[in-house]
Unconditional design. Structure first.
Length: 308
């Protein structure tokens, strides 16, 4: 693996036009009922996994994610190729690793821990896997770096933070080594459009402690909530502008969602007690995680019907 490098820090001027846009968006979305998203679900747990989640998918159908081989063990990174074959893609010397995003070139990003203890208070480095070669990188501003998505141009988004994932956490953009933190605290950049112009993510309002989704398009910050949700997280966006993510309903149940323009569709794995949508591609396939009746987490692939 290449030596850990601290990327240069940079700030970009971000226009916050949230007020009127957010009000109009909230009013219009409150009138729109959710519809179930139709399609075929497939369990895609890696062989031998006791816990799994799929986080990213490219247009060829290559999927990346994380899994555990034992219930008390660490997470490992996996890749499922277009033919359905699985590979462990932990970086060298990693104790804990999670693969989060894959672009259409096959580049994979994620994060890992190589010094115990690995868990919520660990130090994580970002990693890039390109043509079989690993490189690691870290934020110049915080001790932890979580790389979440990468587009074809090699632009990476994610979040960095210190020992907490609230006040010190910020979404970041890494463009060719120019590392820029988003100024909003408790934010996380999760999805990046192929052209690099639109970012989606999540943030926590530190006054109300409510989680919201957001769209950041060419510097314009636009928060949004799924209608009726007490929590909204946006996790990915495709070339068509469709956004997938997670919301919590009034009954305390998690659902995946797809946002297409002003329309929202709910995503629920059959008989699951919770569903989380984490990634999508240009063909409309969606990957994520569901919890079965026993509360065990599994990875899924959803292939949508053409009418959606």
């Amino acid at each position: 693996m290449a030596t850990l490098r601290k990327r240069s820090s940079g700030w970009s001027l971000l226009a916050w036009n949230a007020g009127l846009v957010y009000l109009l968006l909230a009013l219009s979305e409150s009138l729109i009922a959710q519809q179930p998203l139709s399609g075929g679900f497939t369990n895609i747990d890696p062989p031998g996994a006791v816990v799994a989640a799929a986080w990213g998918i490219n247009n060829a159908g290559v999927i990346v994610g994380r899994y555990k081989a034992t219930t008390t063990g660490p997470y490992h990174a996996f890749l499922r190729d277009e033919n359905g074959s699985y590979s462990n893609i932990d970086p060298p010397n990693a104790i804990w690793a999670e693969a989060k995003g894959v672009n259409n070139r096959g580049d994979v990003v994620g994060y890992f821990c190589d010094t115990a203890p690995c868990g919520s208070i660990s130090t994580y480095q970002g990693f890039l896997l390109r043509e079989g070669v690993y490189s690691s990188f870290g934020s110049p501003n915080h001790t932890n770096t979580w790389a979440i998505r990468i587009n074809e141009a090699g632009r990476i988004v994610g979040c960095d933070h210190d020992t907490d994932t609230m006040g010190t956490m910020h979404g970041f953009v890494d463009s060719g080594g120019n590392f820029a933190d988003f100024p909003l605290p408790a934010s996380m950049h999760n999805g990046l459009s192929p052209d690099g112009k639109t970012i989606v993510g999540l943030y926590t309002d530190l006054v109300t402690m409510q989680g919201h989704g957001y769209v950041l398009r060419e510097g314009n910050f636009m928060p949004f909530d799924v209608p009726g949700a007490s929590l909204t997280n946006a996790w990915d966006i495709n070339a068509q502008g469709e956004i997938v993510g997670v919301h919590l309903d009034a009954n305390g149940k998690f659902h995946g969602f797809l946002r297409n323009g002003a329309r929202y569709f709910s995503i629920d794995y059959p008989n699951a007690i919770a569903t989380f949508a984490f990634g999508t591609n240009e063909t409309g396939q969606i990957v994520g995680q569901y919890r079965d009746a026993a509360g065990v987490a599994h990875a899924f692939l959803l292939t949508r019907h053409e009418e959606d």
